[in-house]
Design a protein around this ligand. Sequence first.
Ligand code: 2AM
Length: 174
Amino acid sequence: MRLFVAIELSEEMKKGLLDVQGQFRRLGVQGNYTRPENLHLTLAFIGEYPEPDKVLEAMASLSFYPMELRLRGLGSFGELWWAGLEERGDLSRLVSQLRRALAQAGIPFDKKKFLPHITLVRKPEYRRASDFSSIKIPETSMEAERLSLMLSTRGKAGMIYTGLGCVEAKPNLG
Ligand code: 2AM
């Protein structure tokens, strides 16, 4: 089972990201655009691992409050273009806490430095030099209240991500 831990995005957040994808399309960018239902923020990529219950158990040991995620900027890793998020200490701390819990449970995960990003397009292609400075990122944010364990399978029309379970943030009484 190919697994990862992610924050699923609100409809509002997806609308903001679809708006950015629309701007890329209008600039003539072709490529493998992430479908709306697949837009998500990965916190830890586990990869092939046969025991999702063990991952859910490790996730259940986490303690975190809801946090605001706000779109901020665009970036790329080679042939992968993404939207970034505003820098937040509580998100990085949650990722460190999650990775520690996975390591303690002996669950493997990709140890690359965490750089919060939401993949918008893979293998972008465009004929002429385009002016990406004109792209406007909508002022969009959401309250992240849970982490989800996701299963990734290959479907006919691309990847299918299915939630296998989630853990909730503690209520923020402040
Ligand atoms: P990406 O969007 O930057 O490719 C499912 O594949 C999710 O896990 C994607 O969000 C993907 O991020 C992320 N991921 C992180 N590390 C990965 C890796 N080593 N291989 C595949 N996906 C990875």
